[in-house]
Design a protein around this ligand. Structure first.
Ligand code: GLN
Length: 538
């Protein structure tokens, strides 16, 4: 049976529970154990699919097509294990499952209550599909004391009781603030947070203290004493310069060893930190730099393109170059400013997106990249915009557009059932917005002798999708005659997956999201190739 590690947070949110969980997963894996990571989110949305990236950051998509919290991206990047639909749940999903069951009369006349019905469903989720793991690390979103997270905290308390405390470990992550005015480190918020946790019946076994500066021994002693935790289990996590230093820093603090000691387990092999050290060195000390413009709608919020930012960094690691991300708001990008704004840029990237706002700026930027021969990567919406730009400006199809934002026009991009209505293949779209997209991993077949095939070095690739609209295959010939190849298609040849320009040093559009599969220890070939091209650009 798997051992379960629950990670809760206290004092404030955004302390890095996801990163701490992911780093611990890497360390335990490196010591020879099999680990799975899970996230329980306290909000009422059934999944984050319908949430704005401004609100909640990126929506991370799994191979099996789940729209999940962005922490699952961290999990994948650090542990290398692909997440599944069954690794992320929300209060909304739990309630909707329970209510569906109630409507079917499955509770046999009982009064349906938070305890036991909601908590039972949560426990089911935690345990589900875990028998082959050595450890399941479960992160509870939000912070202890929030009304929303209460059923989750109650469920994990019960869970420990059900499977035995010796098989369950509670980690609590808190903030230990430093007060500049009095030059002091304060442990009181941690004490209060642990008190809150205890009031619900959970005594943490390990406390991870997030702090701006190292925590002196007397403060650790204080936390140990007041929070009733062995001093060896008071672990500090001081702000790191890059997230990829986190596994190194937790290793130094012996987090993994303390976890193994708790479960009375031995390390099966020594931890390998070499890759992280190498990565940190490139990120922090490489002199050569490239500037990449990300032109999108959600540039104000740092987490909105989390996986993308990381994938570009990975491309930099592979090419030994520091990648500077220049975020440009597509809504504010005026045609007259494009030249100035993009003058020190060696590569242009248009990420995924939705809706009309900002499309004009994107299309103008693509035109600039195409004409000035600046390396360009269009992802999902970015590819669709590149198609529209090419149609309008090169093929002289001035009315070319997408039915997503213009119901009239020439629909080079449209919902799939708009042009196969009477054919065999009709793609369902229903009246609900959630969960109606082409989601998850799909195959694409790469064209012989194409540049994309040289990058991937294979014919069939698997990439993750998240979109409703598709490029109309009927235009393929017209585009190809004029220099834009549809070099990757769905295996049935119906859906364009990749486009590339022949007379350009590096210009690609992809209908999928390669960023979800890039990992620091295995950078994605498309991003490595993109950064290489940008490095050669100037
Ligand atoms: N809005 C586009 C679609 O639904 C693109 C989505 C995306 O970029 N993820 O097809």
């Amino acid at each position: 049976m798997a051992r379960f590690i629950f990670v809760t947070g206290g004092v404030v949110s955004s302390l890095g529970k996801g990163l701490s969980s992911a780093s611990l997963a890497y360390l335990l894996q490196s010591r020879g154990y099999k680990v799975r990571l899970r996230k329980l989110d306290p909000y009422l949305n059934v999944d984050p699919g319908t949430m704005s990236p401004f609100q909640h950051g990126e929506v991370f998509v799994t191979d099996d097509g789940a729209e999940t919290d962005l922490d699952l991206g961290h999990y994948e990047r650090f542990s290398g294990v692909s997440a599944k639909r069954s690794d992320n749940i929300t209060t909304g999903k739990i309630y909707s499952d329970v209510l569906k069951k109630e409507r079917k009369g499955k509770y046999l006349g009982k009064t349906v209550q938070v305890i036991p019905h909601i908590t039972d469903r949560i426990k089911e989720f935690i345990k589900n599909d875990s028998s082959k793991e050595d450890f399941v690390i479960c992160e509870i979103g939000g912070i202890v004391g929030d009304i929303e997270s209460l059923p989750f905290v109650e469920a994990i308390r019960q869970f420990a009781n059900d499977i035995g405390k010796k098989n369950t470990l509670f980690i609590h992550l808190t903030l230990v603030p430093y007060l500049k005015s009095s030059d002091e480190i304060k442990t009181k918020p941690t004490q209060h947070s642990v008190k809150e946790l205890r009031s619900i019946g959970i005594q943490p076994d390990i406390i991870i203290c997030r702090s701006e500066r190292p925590i002196p021994i007397e403060h650790r002693k204080k936390i140990s004493l007041f929070c009733n935790v062995d001093i060896k289990n008071v672990i500090e996590t001081v702000d790191v310069k890059t997230i990829y230093e986190a596994p190194i820093s937790f290793f130094k603090e012996k987090l993994d060893i303390q976890v193994l000691n708790y479960f009375k387990l031995k390390s099966k092999k020594p931890v390998n930190l070499t890759p992280w050290k190498k990565i940190t060195k490139v990120i922090l000390h490489t002199k050569k730099e490239v500037n990449i413009a990300i032109i999108g709608k959600y540039v104000e919020l740092k987490d909105a393109y989390k996986s993308l930012d990381e994938a570009l960094t990975h491309g930099g690691i592979e090419n030994n170059v520091k990648v500077n991300l220049v975020r440009i708001d597509s809504e504010k990008l005026k045609v007259s400013e494009i030249r100035i704004k993009l003058q020190n840029i060696s590569g242009i990237l248009i990420p995924g997106g939705f809706g009309k706002r900002g499309t004009d700026g994107k299309i103008e930027a693509i035109k600039y990249a195409r004409n000035k021969k600046i390396p360009f990567l269009g992802i999902c919406y970015g590819m669709q915009m590149a198609i529209i730009e090419f149609a309008r400006n090169k093929l002289n199809l001035k009315k070319a557009t997408s039915s997503e934002f213009d119901k009239k026009g020439l629909h080079i991009i449209g919902l799939i059932n708009e042009w196969t209505k009477d054919g065999k293949k009709i793609k369902g779209t229903d009246k609900y917005l959630g969960g109606t997209m082409r989601l998850g991993s799909y195959d694409a077949k790469l064209k012989e002798n194409s540049m994309i095939k040289k990058i991937y070095k294979k014919t069939i690739i698997k990439e993750r999708h998240r979109h409703r609209y598709e490029v109309n295959i009927a235009f393929k010939e017209k585009f190809e005659k004029n220099g834009m190849d549809f070099s990757g298609l769905s295996p049935d040849g119906e859906l364009p997956e990749i486009i590339e320009l022949r007379n350009h040093p590096w210009f690609f559009g992809v209908q999928f999201h390669p960023e979800f599969k890039s990992r620091p220890l295995a950078p994605h070939p498309l991003f490595s190739s993109f950064i290489k091209a940008t490095k050669n650009h100037k």
